[in-house]
Design a protein. Structure first.
Length: 288
């Protein structure tokens, strides 16, 4: 391949999240423990409070959408959007179980998100923007959806060296599958993690009053085998990288990943290094 094909990538990504939807939802408790504190920071930086109308882009099974719904209360609204209809069904089911009637779902590609202009007080995207081939298109739609003065906050992984629980499997798979370096413009888990990178992306899209915070978010589990199962069941990016290998070769790679992850086991259990970057920006424009 000599150029990144965005449409093929999105088709594959949609199919993988359709398949991984149940597994991702089943790991919701772990997601809440792992990313819960950073999620609260993201909601704070988006200025989400009682009565806010919130747009969640690439919401997945909606774990963070439910946290936002609890914040906004019955007088607020949350719209959870995602490219995968299967995963949004879990978000809707989780909202009903929690009694959050103020949470709605919408199947939508964030790059062409069609919601009324200036209709949201705030917007969020947790570990979603990194997987958009055209981040500026998605951010343009988010900016348009915000009321003047409304804030958007996004959470992404920082750099590979600060995220060993994820970068270790990525590097092993890349080597064993003989994958070339990411092509220019190709999305990926660490594509926005460098210092100031996400802030610059938001500024280019037209956001102002930009704020950036770096948050330690170690993944804590009983054993390295639990981390392996978590990633094997629900990390679509890893499966996408493995797709060119024969099934038996994939299992060999997973065995190697298991051995590597065991390095993060401590006397207090598995502690996977993870660092998140949260960046927020304000809509200083009026699209009405």
């Amino acid at each position: 391949m000599t150029a990144f094909n965005a449409e093929t990538y999105k088709t594959t990504t949609h199919a993988q999240w359709q398949d991984a939807a149940k597994a991702w939802n089943d790991w919701g408790r772990v997601l809440n423990q792992w990313l819960g504190p950073a999620t609260e920071v993201m909601l704070d930086m988006a200025a989400i409070s009682h009565g806010s109308h919130v747009l969640d882009v690439a919401a997945g099974a909606g774990e963070q959408s439910l946290v936002a719904a609890a914040r906004v209360g019955p007088t607020g609204r949350v719209l959870a959007t995602d490219i995968s209809e299967n995963i949004l069904e879990f978000a809707a089911e989780n909202a009903r179980a929690a009694g959050h009637d103020q949470l709605d779902t919408l199947v939508a590609d964030g790059e062409v998100l069609d919601v009324p202009a200036a209709s949201f007080d705030a917007a969020i995207s947790r570990v979603g923007l990194i997987y958009f081939p055209d981040q500026q298109a998605a951010l343009g739609r988010i900016l348009r959806a915000l009321k003047p003065g409304g804030r958007f906050a996004a959470m992404v992984y920082s750099t590979p060296d600060r995220n060993g629980f994820f970068s270790t499997p990525v590097s092993i798979i890349r080597e064993r599958a003989a994958l070339p370096p990411p092509l220019p413009g190709q999305p990926g888990p660490f594509s926005l993690g460098g210092a100031g990178v996400l802030a610059d992306v938001l500024q280019t899209a037209g956001f102002d009053d930009i704020e950036e915070r770096v948050i330690e978010a170690p993944l804590r589990l009983p054993y390295a085998a639990d981390c392996l199962r978590f990633e094997k069941e629900s990390f679509g990016a890893l499966h996408q990288m493995l797709s060119g290998l024969a099934p038996e070769d994939r299992e060999t790679v997973w065995d190697e990943i298991a051995d590597a992850l065991s390095a993060y086991e401590t006397e207090n259990g598995f502690v996977g290094p993870c660092e998140m970057v949260v960046v927020s920006g304000r809509n200083g424009k009026d699209f009405q």
